[in-house]
Write a protein that binds this ligand. Structure first.
Ligand SMILES: C[S@@+](CC[C@H](N)C(=O)[O-])C[C@H]1O[C@@H](n2cnc3c(N)ncnc32)[C@H](O)[C@@H]1O
Length: 283
């Protein structure tokens, strides 16, 4: 739901057709009084006010900016985040992206396990990929995210996503409700829901690699990427963005573990980006 952003916290009275200086001064004095009262309400009041303003700013997200990246014509990388916990529900009067911190009561009331509602996993993973030198060097060709509910969306590698979780939640809410998010001031769609399956968007000359802690084959990721391909083949990495369970590996050519430890999705992606940056000498 998009509401207009209000700079001030209080509604002003509707202005009369005829300008009345006394009335105007009176309104301003009333506003000042209310602001003083809010300031005096102390830290708790301020916190509430900050929270409300942040929520309004999230609702308002008109579009997102673009980051300049270098185009690269050689082989590239595609990342697919599987089973991302990104689910919207009507909580009270508004639609919200469900998470295990803010919606415990709601989730329990609906017979759902709060432990499974972790949109922060996808948030961290997406930022790790987009922030990588690999992406800045133009080697990230595409980023796809598939939610636990099966909704598939694409994020353009040059989209500059919000860096706070609250704003990220607002963006995903907007995406899942409107199906696209444009670049600010432009028509270009930086995020958009697309049809399944994801394989229809993968180039023919690509090698699809699934990752899981429980995969039988454990590899040193640096050696693996060095030997995986000649420079004409695109690498597609499939990583889970959920708290528990395994990814769907039906469409992968390879299924590997990169450590004896269970890692976060973001850390795994950091390892992959690092290894590819070494391989392609991206400093
Ligand atoms: C939070 S983990 C999910 C935990 C799940 N039990 C598992 O290991 O698949 C998120 C994702 O990180 C990746 N991952 C975590 N540890 C890994 C490891 N040691 N090797 C390869 N991938 C790993 C997997 O793709 C996993 O789906």
């Amino acid at each position: 739901m998009v509401r207009p952003y209000k700079v001030k916290g209080f509604k002003r009275k509707k202005r009369e057709e005829v300008y009345d200086e006394d009335e105007e001064l009176k309104e301003e004095a009333e506003d000042d009084e209310r602001e003083t009262a809010a300031a005096e309400a102390g830290a708790e009041g301020e916190e509430e006010e900050d929270k409300r303003r942040a929520e309004e700013a999230v609702d308002e997200l008109p579009g997102i900016p673009i980051v300049p990246t270098n185009a690269h014509s050689g082989a590239g990388v595609i990342v697919i985040l599987e089973r991302a916990s990104l689910e919207v529900a009507k909580v009270g009067k508004t639609y919200q992206l469900l998470n295990s911190d803010d919606h415990v009561n709601f989730l329990l009331k609906h017979g759902k396990d709060p432990k499974n509602y972790r949109p922060d996993i996808a948030f961290q993973a997406i930022l790790t990929i987009l922030d990588s030198r690999l992406n800045k060097a133009g080697r990230l060709r595409a980023l796809y995210v598939k939610t636990e509910k099966g909704v598939l969306f694409e994020i353009k590698p040059y989209a500059r996503l919000p860096r706070t979780f609250k704003r990220f939640s607002g963006l995903i809410l907007q995406l899942l409700q409107k199906l696209t998010v444009n670049a600010s001031g432009k028509r270009e769609k930086l995020l958009r829901v697309v049809k399944n399956p994801v394989t229809r968007y993968l180039p023919l000359n690509s090698r699809k690699i699934g990752l899981s802690h429980s995969a039988e084959r454990m590899v040193k990721i640096q050696d693996y990427v060095n030997n995986a391909t000649n420079n004409d083949v695109n690498l597609v990495f499939v990583v889970g963005a959920m708290a528990h369970g395994k990814i769907n590996t039906e469409y992968t050519d390879d299924f590997i573990s990169v450590s004896g430890y269970p890692l976060s999705a973001a850390y795994c992606l950091g390892m992959i980006c690092n290894a590819l940056e070494q391989k392609w000498n991206i400093l």
